[in-house]
Design a protein. Structure first.
Length: 454
């Protein structure tokens, strides 16, 4: 079978793509100045802006968003009368966590076992490179047949909503006929997948105070209320014995209809240790795509090394709640806040602070743009048909865009398949997936333009 010209072009561009991804991964662009210098995010934003200018984008701008971060915007005009497609990615990344657990430096793109390792390689700096590859392939094969807007967010991982608020204040900026969110992933490597649903999220910090100051555990332990013990008790109330999320008033028994996730595959993907049980009830798809899930993502407490025999006067934790489609994130926030206040033991004083929130999202996969994407994916992945799945993660911007542009079709694709281990140590991207999805996106843009008579 003769290779498609778009496929041949993308293949020839892969060495350049690797070099560019290495440059982008090198920026320690964690959008939290308490962890990494803000200058790292600013440098990454400038790199993205320069890359757009090099591709002849107009009106390239670094947008100062209300949360103190920058999103990068650019516009590439297409033929007269052509539809407009918005391509989204984000250049900020999760912190590397325990750098000693990485097999190679987290901010140095490293090839190993056929994959490229580095923080953000898949989530989502690789997504921006995917957009560049698709556009370059089209330019080399007759031109880009649509008008293209690109937006690269600078604080998606922090969930602080800067771009959402900016878009609401400037509603014409991101208007488009179709929006491609390049921040999800295939169900598994080699299986072309669009994401039909996203869970929303709410993030809360809870602080418990029980004493005026720390006390000697030998002198006062057994009667004086320990804030850390109170926090452990409180956090335990968020799950049933089998691990099911139990927030008072929150619906937790919805079912997923569609592509299922075999338990054995999930255990392998999640790297669950032998003999350790999965948590919750229902199918795996029910649990990760259709139902809420609470996670304690951080606790402030004394480290084991250097710990003293003390009762803690104060304890603090950060709690994340994933909210499935069909439930309202604001209501879930209220229910979680009420639960935390109601279940704190021993009369401990409770303070709850909201850190972030985003609504769940459900795409209309029957829309015409999905037909164009299905055709493109079948060419990019010979012998495979496009599948649709859910995704347990959150992209709060999706609902903002759906509200601002109700007529726009929104598609979600990306590089974060299970082997990518996004948000964990040793994150990586499959170069084959980057290549094939870039081909798929380029062909989609051409198919979509044809469907609109452009």
């Amino acid at each position: 079978m003769t290779a498609h010209p778009i496929s041949e072009t993308v293949a020839s561009l892969m060495p350049r793509a690797k070099a560019e991804l290495a440059e982008l991964v090198a920026f320690q662009s964690v959008a939290d100045p308490a962890q990494f210098p803000k200058s790292e995010c600013e440098a990454a934003a400038n790199w993205v802006a320069d890359a757009l200018r090099a591709e002849d984008f107009q009106d390239v701008a670094l947008l100062d968003t209300p949360d103190g971060t920058q999103s990068v915007y650019g516009f590439l005009p297409g033929p007269a009368g052509a539809p407009t497609v918005l391509l989204y990615a984000h250049y900020d990344v999760q912190p590397p966590l325990d750098e000693s657990a990485w097999l190679s430096p987290p901010f140095e793109l490293t090839e190993r076992d056929g994959r490229w390792f580095g923080r953000g390689a898949a989530d989502c700096k690789g997504g921006f490179i995917m957009h560049l590859l698709a556009l370059r392939a089209l330019k080399a094969n007759g031109g880009v047949p649509v008008s293209v807007k690109v937006i690269a967010e600078g604080s998606e991982e922090q969930g602080t909503g800067g771009l959402e608020r900016y878009a609401e204040e400037h509603p014409d900026l991101l208007a488009a006929d179709t929006i491609v969110i390049g921040d999800t992933g295939n169900f598994r490597v080699g299986l072309p997948t669009v994401t039909a649903t996203l869970r929303g999220m709410t993030m809360l910090r809870v602080t418990l105070d029980t004493l005026e100051g720390n006390l000697h555990s030998g002198q006062f332990g057994g009667a004086a209320p320990d804030a850390l013990a109170a926090m452990i008790h409180l956090l335990a109330s968020l799950r049933a014995e089998d691990g099911t999320t139990t927030v008072d008033g929150l619906v937790t028994d919805a079912d997923w209809e569609g592509l299922q996730y075999p338990e054995a595959e999930f255990r392998t993907d999640a790297k669950v240790l032998d003999g350790v049980e999965l948590i919750g009830t229902g199918t795996v798809a029910d649990r990760i795509w259709a139902r809420p899930a609470v996670t304690v993502i951080g606790i402030d407490c004394p480290p084991v090394v250097g710990a003293t025999p003390s009762l803690q006067a104060t304890a603090r934790a950060q709690v994340s709640l994933r909210v499935p489609p069909g439930q309202d994130a604001a209501e879930a926030t209220q229910l979680l806040t009420a639960h935390l206040k109601a279940h704190a033991p021993w009369g401990a004083r409770v303070a709850v602070e909201q850190v972030g929130q985003g609504q769940p999202f459900r795409a209309d996969i029957s829309s015409p743009a999905y037909t164009s994407m299905a055709q493109a994916m079948e060419t990019a992945y010979p012998g495979e048909k496009m599948q649709s799945s859910g995704m347990g993660g959150s992209i709060p911007l999706c609902n903002t865009l759906a509200t601002l542009y109700p007529q726009a079709e929104i598609l979600l694709i990306g590089l974060s398949e299970p082997e990518a281990q996004i948000h964990a140590v040793n994150e990586s991207v499959s170069p084959e997936e980057l290549e094939r999805l870039s081909v798929a996106e380029a062909l989609f843009l051409r198919n979509y333009a044809d469907s609109k008579g452009a």
